[in-house]
Design a protein around this ligand. Structure first.
Ligand SMILES: [Zn+2]
Length: 506
């Protein structure tokens, strides 16, 4: 036999496509010819595969080796093709039966010593193989648990190339990996830790119930970060489909937590304001890594000290947040990742960020205004909730004698409110109040006239824009859902109007 064929998977973002790997041996000057647009990493892979085959006790054919990867139009990025290349070369050389590799999909990088190394993106790759109708996938032992999340394919785990060769030759079968019971997710930080910040506690509860983006301002020590960190555990757990989506992103990013193959809780991502565009949105060489925005898919993206982020970076977030996906274009192709994240921004009232509050502030009014205005504009337009947190005073600490309500109690109210909103929005394709466009809101779900008196007056006075009016209505509905009311009353509208920045020109 001088021709062999097997399969692997190429990834673009979190979308995999099965790649046909063909190897032909012919007479001529020994060497390797690659066809099918392989990137530099795949070229290096040939050298690695040769070393691995030899060091695993195999023979590297001294013939002219032609390797074809198709479809040719698809960029082949990353090192995950090693195992398939090795198997196809060995089969073409007759070291293992060609029919033993013909139906397999192989994923994995080879070490020079013949060990099979874990790769990124195994979950989306196995999903692609299953969708294409393949029944058996060989993966690195270190990725077996992740691969086994796809229960419609047989997952075989290979620790070394020698093990794979023994399997293909029919000497010793590779261990089959099945999906194990998932460990319960580690509990996140609890709201019971947040003492004496009723406004902030209310803000995260409302944000969780309506899926509203949230902008928190307040002096250092007001608890902005603590509150933001507690938002994910107020959100409902991810269902199986969402969990697979989020896990696939973290698989490609290489950020899957060890021992927990499936991400079942909304994630929390908090990039620093010095983060590059690539770190925030995505990028890198070879297989494109999703950034913090995508890793926060169905979870929370927290930008602390938001005015310190470069404006260009913040503006980049707006469209992806609206569309729910981001496309990263590179010379060798593009990758699209989902990014339906809930945004939480936090800011100090001024650049000097005095914990003592306004009294100790040394900033000029102009400096303060400039600092605030760094966030104005299109991004803020998407944020329904803008809440100014007061400093937590000693008196508030002392008064808060009772234990604050824990996350579990608040999460139960959030779940009930979300269910009420979903029932009302049934048939529109929407499930959260934050998703309802302003026009639909005013036409179909306008609260009764008397309840709107306050917000109508603000609009007439010019204190509120039409967009701002819509934001108040969205939040008022969430407040009504939380209180179990069928429609928002005047109190809900008044509270929603209050949940806006007072000092900024919002
Ligand atoms: Zn200041």
């Amino acid at each position: 036999m001088t021709l062999a064929r097997t399969w692997s998977v190429g990834l673009a973002g979190v979308h995999g496509a099965v790649v046909d790997v063909e190897v032909d041996l012919s007479a001529g000057v020994p060497g390797v010819v690659l066809v099918g647009l392989p990137d530099a990493v795949v070229r290096q892979s040939v050298d690695r595969v040769r070393a691995a085959v030899v060091n695993a006790g195999g023979r590297w054919p001294l013939r002219r080796i032609t390797i074809g990867l198709s479809p040719a139009s698809m960029p082949k990025q990353g090192s995950g093709f090693d195992l398939a290349l090795a198997a196809a070369v060995l089969a073409a050389d007759g070291a293992v039966p060609a029919e033993s590799v013909g139906r397999l999909v192989l994923l994995g990088e080879l070490g020079l010593d013949g060990s099979v190394r874990s790769v990124r993106g195994v979950l989306p790759a196995v999903l692609a193989a299953a969708r294409a109708g393949h029944g058996t996938v060989v993966v690195p032992a270190g990725n077996a648990e992740e691969a086994a999340l796809v229960d419609s394919v047989e997952v075989l785990a290979a620790a070394t190339l020698g093990d794979l060769v023994a399997h293909l030759a029919g000497r010793a079968a590779l261990p089959r990996h099945v999906r194990g019971a998932l460990p319960p997710p580690a509990p996140g930080p609890d709201l019971a830790d947040v003492v004496g910040q009723p406004i902030g506690r209310r803000a995260v509860e409302v944000a969780a119930a309506g899926g509203h983006h949230l902008y928190l301002t307040g002096p250092p020590g007001a608890g902005k970060t603590m509150l933001a960190e507690r938002l994910p555990s107020l959100l409902p757990a991810l269902d199986e489909q969402a969990a697979l989506e989020v896990t696939a992103i973290h698989s490609v990013a290489g950020t899957l937590p060890p021992g927990a193959p499936l991400v079942t809780r909304p994630t929390f991502e908090a990039p620093h304001h010095s983060a590059t565009m690539a770190a925030l949105v995505g990028g890198g060489s070879g297989l494109i890594r999703p950034g913090a925005l995508c890793r926060a898919h169905r979870g929370v993206l927290f930008l602390d000290e938001a005015p310190e982020f470069p404006r260009a970076v913040l503006d980049t977030l707006r469209q992806p947040l609206e569309r729910g996906s981001v496309t990263i274009s590179r010379a060798r192709g593009a990758a699209t990742f989902p990014c339906r994240a809930q945004l939480v921004l936090a800011a100090n009232p001024c650049p000097c960020a005095s914990a003592a509050g306004d009294a100790a502030c040394t900033c000029s009014p102009l400096q303060r205004r400039r600092y605030r205005s760094r966030l104005s504009g299109p991004l803020l337009d998407r944020i329904d909730l803008r809440v100014d947190l007061p400093a937590v005073t000693r008196a508030a600490w002392l008064e808060a004698g009772v234990t604050p309500e824990p996350t579990a109690a608040v999460a139960a109210r959030v779940a009930a409110a979300r269910a009420a909103a979903a029932a009302r929005l049934h048939g529109t394709g929407l499930v959260l109040n934050s998703q309802v466009p302003g026009r639909l809101l005013r036409e179909r779900w306008s609260p009764p006239r008397p309840a709107l008196r306050l917000v109508d007056r603000a609009l007439e006075r010019g204190a509120l824009s039409v967009r701002g009016y819509d934001r108040v209505l969205r939040v008022a509905w969430t407040l009504a859902d939380l209180a179990g009311r069928a429609v928002p009353g005047a109190d809900d509208v008044a509270e929603a109007l209050g949940m806006r920045l007072q000092r900024a020109a919002a």
